[in-house]
Design a binder for this molecule. Structure first.
Ligand code: DC
Length: 221
């Protein structure tokens, strides 16, 4: 079975996707990490992320591997462990830029389809249910109010002792949403047959229960 989980930043999709993958003993693929890997590595190489042609040539040569460890997933980019280097705002902004480029999307979507071909995978992103696996057996679209998503991000960063401002974070989330939802190629929209889950007022445990209920129903049918 292929389980597609899409949604905006901070909707809880990766927490849920990781949990479910572990529970079902499926592979978890964080496709956002692939867009981040392109931005991070191109930037290290001195490539201007606005230069679509050069980024496009770069992504064709790039080797991105997901290695599953008991304590989590490792992302190797051209053989280098980049896991801890991808989850920051600078790389996130770069990822949003390259994610709007045609060649980058074509190549990463093809890689994602190849990875998912073996089945038993939980894949999260923005376009998994619409573009990558339009025939996925189960699709979820997670969402939450921007204010709530901002608060979650704020608490996460605070816990890492970072000096952050809640209003700024909410503004950044709204800006990123706008970019992801309005870009011309593969904008963030729910697939027609996606199960929509608004996580604003629910705890992680409650969302997991809702999602597992749907998975159990699917497995019985
Ligand atoms: O989920 P994330 O924050 O790690 O994603 C980083 C960026 O990549 C974000 O701007 C959305 C984009 N993205 C995408 O366009 N399609 C995907 N399948 C996954 C992420």
């Amino acid at each position: 079975m292929i389980i597609a989980i899409d949604g905006p930043a901070g909707s809880g999709k990766s927490t849920i996707a990781k949990f479910i993958a572990k529970k079902l003993n499926y592979r978890y693929i964080d496709t956002g990490a692939m867009y981040r890997a392109v931005a991070w590595s191109a930037n290290n190489k001195g490539i201007d992320l606005d230069d679509e042609n050069t980024v496009g040539e770069w992504v064709k040569e790039l080797k991105i591997e997901f290695i599953t460890h008991p304590e989590g997933q490792q992302v190797n980019v051209n053989g280098e462990n980049a896991t801890g280097l991808l989850k920051n705002e600078v790389v996130g902004r770069g990822a949003a830029k390259v994610a709007a480029q045609k060649t980058v999307r074509q190549i990463l979507v093809a890689k994602q389809q190849e990875i998912g071909q073996a089945g038993n995978v939980v894949m999260d992103g923005r376009d998994i249910g619409t573009q990558v696996f339009p025939n996925a057996e189960l699709k979820f679209f997670m969402d939450a109010d921007a204010e709530e998503r901002g608060k979650r991000r704020y608490l996460e960063l605070k816990a890492r002792n970072l000096d952050v401002d809640l209003e700024n974070i909410i503004a950044e989330i709204k800006q990123r949403d706008h970019e992801d939802r309005t870009r011309t190629i593969s904008p963030l929209i729910p697939a027609d047959d996606a199960i929509k889950v608004d996580t604003t007022k629910f705890s992680i445990e409650e969302v997991i229960d809702k999602v597992m209920e749907q998975i159990n129903l699917k497995q019985k049918s």
